[in-house]
Every structure is written in structure tokens, then in C-alpha cells.
Design a protein around this ligand. Sequence first.
Ligand code: 3HC
Length: 676
Amino acid sequence: MTSPITTSRQGDVLIITSDNPPVNALGAAVRQGLQAGIEEAAGDDIKAVVITCAGKTFFAGADITEFGKPMQEPSLPVLIDAIEALDKPVVAAVHGTALGGGCEVALGCHYRIAVPSAKFGLPEVKLGLLPGAGGTQRLPRVAGVELALEMAAKGDPIPASKAKDAGLVDRLAGEDSLVADAVAFAREMAAAGGPLPRASEKQASASPALFETFRKTNAKRFRGYEAPADIIALIEKTTGMPYEEGVQLERQGFMKLIMGTQSAALRHIFFAERKAAKIDGIADDIKLRDVKRVGVIGAGTMGGGISMNFLSAGIPVTIVEMAQDALDRGTGVMRKNYEATAAKGRMTAEQVEGAMGLLKPTLNFDDLAECDLIIEAVYESMDVKKEVFGRLDKIAKPGAILASNTSYLNVDEIAASTSRPQDVVGLHFFSPANVMKLLEIVRGAKTADDVLATAMALAKKIRKVAVVAGVCYGFIGNRMLMPRQVEAMKLLMEGATPEQIDRVHVAFGMPMGPFQMSDLAGVDIGWHRDPTRIENIRDALAAEDRWGQKKGKGWYDYDEKRNPSPSPRVAEIIEEFRAKSGATQHEVTDEEIVERTLYTMVNEGALILAEGMAQRASDIDVVWIYGYGWPVYRGGPMFWADTEGLKKIVAGLEKHGFEVAPLLREKAETGERFNK
Ligand code: 3HC
């Protein structure tokens, strides 16, 4: 097998180039090739060395697929030490993203030159790990403890300009002359002579207060995650320590995390997210439909949010409403949202105008004839949707994709109201649609392959994580939400309180519990709006104007700062219903809440999988992580079920009299997992 590493010479400068698509991951062959390159660099005729990468990026990290397998020599830390130990200048020439082990290779080099578009980062934390090839030790010494903490504990990359200001990059290269500039730099440094700047030989220092402040400021973001806490503690402990001792502690910390469940869960999600983009039975190279302009029907919260995704990606949008005031209100909200983003410094004023400039608001439905993809975001009623699709069928151009943003309804029935069901697909965005990452792409019985593939490609363009779902009530996400909601309400009747159920969910790692979520979304959503018709606790709350946060009261009472407190009135209402129903009360334990509200979701997931409504178990995990805030460190409901043990899940379900999904039972009995 040919090595992904080649060497070439420009005079007395040795250029070591890696070409290991797609991201130059530092797998065994790359490490072995680099080692050979370093040996070659020791030759007398070489005065300086440049390490660079071909393709779209500098090394994007260790090869994650090798984790958990026997390690092949040389290990990355050993290799990087060998680079640093060379007694002639070594320059890292960086383009794309120098991430994780890639950033650590760059730190092992004596000098770093980067194109302005390059980025540097230590994203190991996002895989539940800490940097394990010297990153926690060399980065603080090169760029300061504060930035190192920020980069290692949060995992977000920084641009080359910031890296330059911090001393992580020594020089910026021309965007198109990286290698030439790197060779010139290397030669210059060789000619200058003098001691080589080795990161491991530098000192780092920080005040103890820095760590405490950092912990406090980021407490919410890090809640439940092991790796950030370990990273902060490691850098705190090793700052001021000799390099060799620090690096040993780093190694131990890395090994501890890589064996843990959280890292397994986070790595699972890394690959699950990428796998979700692959559609069973459709070739990767299928010809896509051209989508130059998108139409959106409805300028309400959903339609506006959906439109913003496309505008932000530079795709023009025609948005249709029935009345001028609704149209003005909708576009006004979109502008306000963009301006709020700009006020936070995440967009420039020009970008706001650029995005809004791509929007064409109109009252004329026929204007949709110019669109290549039309998404309806109108009232959730089959009759209304059918009427809209019937009209679309008459005016849309041939080959245009017709999409429904329905969250529950039967996409095949909607498609049947057109003469072109092959062009119809479900695009279920999650609210707020301009923020939430998840998109369920609903594959109808007749949806054409190229329509599906085009929707998937567009999802990537608008930076969504998309999952293909089949046609069933609630698709993947909302269908699994249903048993959870049903059980939560039953538990109230049997003795639990909203506070207890929410507390259990938050402790599990959810951003909020079912009742907190209901108060945020609006208790009145989907309510029949007849205050005299009170059939359940929810009806009673809605009838008393307890619509949630927007009214200052819902399942909880809220103060003017929207801080919740348990509501005596809600307790009374629950008590009235308990008395009326005659339901037997018992002491509800936290464990019972988990079994009845979370195990039942897994059970529903197993049914979804067996029915082929999700392509794979990991897709279900992706839905819950990106659509509902399931804690990433638990890897999604199906991965979590695997780690709980499927036998335990089955026993828990049986204890409460639930019918166990056959696929779940079968896997529990054979010892198989949902995610292999
Ligand atoms: N190892 C193995 N495979 C990797 C990989 C890695 N580090 N990074 C990406 N890939 C694979 C992806 O799985 C994907 O495979 P597929 O085509 O079969 O689905 C392919 O490369 C392309 O990846 P993306 O679709 O993500 O490509 P993008 O262009 O969108 O993004 C990227 C590129 C920003 C580099 C992104 O892939 C990324 O963030 N990668 C992970 C980086 C990372 O976490 N590095 C740290 C690794 S841990 C480490 O280094 C430990 C060390 O401290 C010891």
C-alpha cells in the first residue's frame, strides 16, 4: 500500500506532505509516514522542514475510527515529541482546520504559518475526551492558559487571525502560496540560527481565580459533562508543573475518559449524525434537482423561521400570506430576529440587509410559480393542507418539489391531493425553525429518490442535521414524545407533582421537563378553545388562562423575571381530578418516572425501527439530540437504552404493565444492542 505521506525537497528544505482524504486524520499509516519523514529530516543535507497537507485540510485530528482498537506504533504523542526534538526548524503549514491531534502536531512544530482562512481547535471535548497528545500542556505554554482553557474545554475552533494574536500562529501566509511561504519562513529561521522555540520548554502561569471564574461562567454549558470538568481540573493542576509530569497526567486523564460511557456516546453521535445523511437505497451520485428559489406559504412563526434558514444560506425566498398585516408582521419578526443576532455580534449589518434583501414578500399565491421548492407552513389541518397542495399542483412549475411542514399528518394523503405525488415530501422543521438543528425529511410512499436526495443536500446547505422518517403519526420525534406525555399525565393522577417529574428529567440531562416545556411552548397549543369543556387537567389550566410563561402562569407560577415556582392552584386542580377519577394514589419514586416516561420512549423507538419508519437506531438518537435536547453525553434514547441494558428496560416496562415491543424483547433476549 502506498503511504499517504510523501516527501520532496526544495533545496535544503524537506517538505513532508500528507494526503489522506477526506480530512487527513492521523491514522496509523499517516503516523508511520510522518515518522519516516522525520527520520529523513535528520539527514545532514536538510536544514529545515515543512509539514503540510494536501486536500481540503490540515490534519483534522486523530483517526476516531481507531479508538478502542489496538494501538499501532508510533503513537501520536511519541511522534509529536520526535518532531519537536528535531534540531532544525520545523514549520507547520496550515490550511483548513488544524483540529485535535492536528493542532497538537502543529504545536509540536517549532513554528506555525497559516493561511488566513485556517482554523485551530481542540474539539476532543466534543467527543467526551481531553486532548491526549500534549495539547493541554503545549497550548497553555504557547497561547496562554486562558485561551487554552477556552479552546480545550469548549472545543470551538478559533480563526487564524486570533491564533496569530495569541502566539499560536507565528505568521500568516498568502491564501494561495502556503507552501512557498512556509519554505521561505523555514529557510529564514534556519539562517537565523539560535535556539529553537520548543513549546514543551516554555512556562505557563495563571492565577487560581481564573479557573474558578471559568467554571462559574460556563457552569450551565458544562452541566452533566465529564470531559470539560476534567480538562479544567487538569490544566489547573498542571499549570506550573514540569512538562513531563503534566503530560503524564494528561495521558491518564485521556485514558480514563476514552474508556467511559460519555465518550462512547459522544463518538456514537459524531458518526450517527454523518450516517443520518445517507439514504438507504439511493446512490450517492444521484442527480439532484436544482433549487434556486424557495417558496414558503405562511409568514407565521414557523414560516418565518423556515425562510430565515434559506435566506441565511443565500437562497432567495418568496413568502406568501393571505393578508398584508400578517405578511408585514411576519417579515417584521424575521428582521427583528436577524437584528438580535447582529446585536450579539454574530452577524454584520450588511449580512442582515443581504439576507432580508433576498426575501420577496407577496400576497399573490401565483408568485410561487417561480420557485423550485415550495414549503407550506399553514394551519395543521388535513383539509387546509389538501386545499393548499391542490392549488400548488395547478401553479408550481414542473419538477418543483412540494413540501409540507406538517408535524403529524399523513404525507401520502397530502400528496394524493396533487397529480404529482412523486414531487411531494415532508420537511418537518422544529421550532424555533431558524435555531433548531433538526429536520425530519418525511419520505412518502411515492416520493421520488431525487426529491429525497435534493432535500438532504439542501438540509446540509442550510446547516441542519436531517433524518429520513417514514409516514406515521408524529414521524420519529413527536411519535416518541406521545408515550412520555401520556405517562407524565397519568403519573400526576397517581401522586407525582409536575415539579418532581420535571426535576427527574432535568437531572437526567434534559434542558427541561415535560411541564416546563409545555409552559414554554404554550399550554394552549392544540387546545380546543372551549373553556366550558374541561376533560382533563390541561383543559382546566387552559380554561383558567394558565397558558404558560406568556401569561405568567401555567403549570408553574412565574414572577416578572419568569422565575418559576410551584403553583398552589395547579396542585388544587390536580387534586380535584384525582378525587374525581378515583385513581389509586401511591408514592411515586424517581425511578418509576424514568421507567414510565423514558423506557416507554425506547419502546416506541423499537416499534418505529421495526416498522421501518426510521432507517437505523442511530437516526432516532440524532432526532432526539438535535430536536429535543436529549443530553448528548447519553447518546440518544436508543444508545442510552443499550448502555442501561435492554434486559433492564424490558423488566422496567413489564413492571408497569406495558406491552414490550417485539424488537426490543428480541434484542434483550439475544443480548444484541440497537447500536452495534
Ligand atoms: N477521524 C476519522 N474520520 C473522520 C474524522 C476523524 N478525526 N473527522 C472526520 N472524519 C470523517 C467523517 O466521519 C466523514 O466520513 P464519511 O464521509 O464516511 O461520513 C468524513 O471524514 C468527512 O467529515 P465531515 O462530513 O464532517 O466533513 P466536513 O468537511 O463537514 O468537516 C471537519 C470536516 C471539520 C474536519 C469535521 O469532520 C470534524 O470536526 N472532524 C472531527 C475533528 C475532531 O474531533 N478531531 C479530534 C479527534 S480526537 C483527537 O485528535 C485526540 C487527540 O487529542 C489524541
